[in-house]
Design a protein around this ligand. Structure first.
Ligand code: COA
Length: 331
């Protein structure tokens, strides 16, 4: 019997309306539009208003998904949410999304993998579809990075934005291949370079943790950058080689949007022309778990993604976490 494959049958992204431009940031910290565009490639990001949380962005993304690819939400049997900015430590964001959408009979959980959050949530969802146990899986990436960003730290506040995206996973038909293969790896030695030390069981929230700015993103940008460039190339090459392919076989490369230079360095290493590479970091910044579904939406809007295309997805994030997924676009 042939393997049961999972395929993506819809995607939608959502960003909150409020904009934070480089011109705004120039008034807040010692930076320039020129520096940010040259070193990172971001012009503007979208930020959630106070009181708008990761589950709210996720719900909006799912509503857009249903509008674009109509299906009965009540048939969803699994919700997997990638996020590092859950509404609360618990309940899970998956539970909050389930409740807000009123999906009566489903299962769900959150995945914490930093900027690889969507990719890891996708990996999990795919395995549950391939097992034959679940048939309609919502995979969501949602992050409100502004909730943990220090807007006096110029090396961090220029990078991050808020956003979410959702895909629907369903079993592929006989002979269809959908998600072809995935590779992923964690290397905890990287935890020291990108983390939020406060608010967990190690440093529970207190006046002291707030005074010491422990509830903000702590980042050693140089080390994260070096690792991301090396690892994204390694993971993409690994998944391609495992399947007897090279960068030349890829029709569309959708990478986590952390820094334009990380994406183009990977594409160059793989020998991929830039017209096959999706880059929307200029508009959205790094939305952590939101970037990949938002970039899928961009790819569709720019008509760079069509049925039958070989698509390569890759991410590197806090942890360190990394991964690459190879798939055939199904619609
Ligand atoms: N505007 C102007 N200057 C800035 C700046 C800003 N927003 N942020 C940092 N600088 C300065 C630094 O202070 C430093 O000045 P100095 O030489 O006087 O000390 C100089 O620019 C170079 O800093 P450096 O850290 O070497 O810059 P960089 O080219 O590595 O760019 C990042 C910094 C953060 C943009 C880059 O390292 C990066 O993208 N890292 C990866 C981050 C990431 O992807 N995080 C998410 C994980 S998925």
């Amino acid at each position: 019997m042939s393997r049961l494959a999972a395929k993506i049958t819809g995607v939608a992204g959502y960003v909150p309306p409020r904009l934070l431009t480089n011109a705004d940031l120039e008034k807040m910290v010692d930076t320039t539009d020129e520096w940010i565009m040259e070193r990172v490639g971001i012009r503007e990001r979208h930020l959630a208003d106070k009181g708008v949380a990761a589950s709210d962005l996720a719900v909006e993304a799912v509503k857009k998904l249903v509008a674009a690819h109509p299906f009965d939400l009540q048939t969803v049997d699994l919700i997997v949410v990638g996020t590092v900015t859950p509404d609360m430590m618990y309940p899970s964001t998956a539970c909050l999304v389930q409740h807000k959408l009123g999906i009566a009979n489903t299962w769900g959980f959150d995945v914490s993998a930093g900027c690889s959050g969507f990719l890891y949530a996708l990996n999990a969802g795919v395995k549950f579809v391939e097992s034959g146990q679940y048939k309609k899986v919502l995979v969501i990436g949602s992050d409100v990075n502004s909730s943990m960003t220090d807007y006096t730290d110029r090396a961090v506040c220029i990078i991050f934005g808020d956003g979410a995206g959702a895909v629907l996973l369903e079993p592929a038909g006989e002979g269809e291949d959908g998600i072809i293969d995935q590779v992923a790896q964690i290397e905890g030695v990287g935890g020291q370079f990108l983390y939020m030390p406060g608010g967990g069981s190690l440093n529970p929230a207190s006046h002291a943790t707030v005074d010491q700015k422990m509830h903000y993103i702590h980042q050693d940008g140089k080390n994260v950058f070096k690792y991301a460039v090396k690892k994204m190339a390694e993971m993409t090459e690994r998944v391609l080689a495992k399947n007897g392919l090279t960068g030349k076989d890829v029709d569309c490369f959708i990478a986590h949007q952390a820094n334009r230079r990380i994406i183009t360095a990977t594409a160059e290493r793989l020998g991929m022309p830039l017209d096959k590479v999706i880059i929307n970091i200029e508009q959205y910044g790094n939305t952590t778990a939101g970037t990949i579904p938002l970039a899928m939406q961009t790819a569709l809007e720019e008509k760079k993604l069509k049925k039958g295309d070989i698509v390569l997805i890759a991410a590197v994030g806090a942890g360190f976490t990394s991964g690459a997924t190879l798939l055939r676009w199904a619609y």
